[in-house]
Design a protein around this ligand. Sequence first.
Ligand SMILES: [Zn+2]
Length: 384
Amino acid sequence: MIAIKNATLVMKDHLIPDAVLFIENGLIADFGEMRTTPIPEGCEVVDAEGLYVGPGLVDIHSHAGGSVRFNEDPVAAAKGHLVAGTTSVLATLGYRHLTHEYVDYIQKIRELMKKPEGANIAGIYMEGPYINPNFGSLRHLNPWTGAIVPEDYVPFVQAGGEDVRVWALGPEREGIEDFVKYVHAYNPKAKFTVAHSEASPQQIEKLMPYGLCIGTHHTNATGDRPMYPECRGVCVDEAVNYNSDIYAELISDSMGIHVDPYMQRLIRRIKGDERIILISDQTAHNTPNPAGFEHVDDLNFTFTAEGGIDISGSKLTLNLACRNYMKHTGASIVDAFRVASYNPAKVVGLTDRGEIRKGLRADLVITDHRMNIKSVILKGEFTK
Ligand SMILES: [Zn+2]
């Protein structure tokens, strides 16, 4: 048994300072205040020196890790997340691949999930292919502009089995309901998100009975639907804000470029820490930063069809997103762990992790108050 002593435990809604936590057989065996919880003889004792011990971070939306894409080198990508405290990540595939490529990537990732070096890959997030092709970086390269037909999607839906936990889509796409019904029948646990979209609230709400419960990178790559010039319309952002059953993914970069700090505070006020999911949306591009952004080190950019430069995901890991979220919104470290571990694990059905609770998987991080990750524990093993 391992005992982590002198820990400040980060619980779902409070802290336990001066605590000890026990790990046995890869699980959280017990925990409590040190003054009332003696450490049994024979324990391997680790001193957390007063630092925070929280649940491992859960990143449900990331295309890359360590600046390497999951579809190109999933081992390196998984490792890039693990060293930063992400003990569960959904390898995310974008909307530019063809059916046979999706099948190939999905199979490779699922194989890796069975091996030790893929132990922190918890599944797959399909950001597409049926988003609205008018939204998103590199949209001119999106091949999925035609009709939605089973010949295209059945192969990759079946290749994913139950490991594809999230499907992102534009509810306004013609024929999307048949696709959603097919996926839902094939894997009832799968969740859907509204993504890269200018759907009406009604089009979005129509899919909620099938499991639509997330807004992908909230307020990014979404449209507006004005009824009259100069009058604000209601569209995706409003539907995500309005429906308390819909979780809002949030990219919190250091400068608040994806989501302005004021907007982050507004979203936090509307959705609360119970309905926000921090994501990294990490990508990997070799495009130089555009003028005015030379000093930004946590964003990614790509070229547009016209030769301009467009923002395209981030270089974030979830510990950094937590740091930024605390900075921009005033959230506490308890709140940060909630939106970066408990909420995402819960939404995608990872019921064996996401908080410090007896019997859950011992996926843990030891961190300072700025989310500098000192140690990472995956299934009870120290990996850092
Ligand atoms: Zn996106």
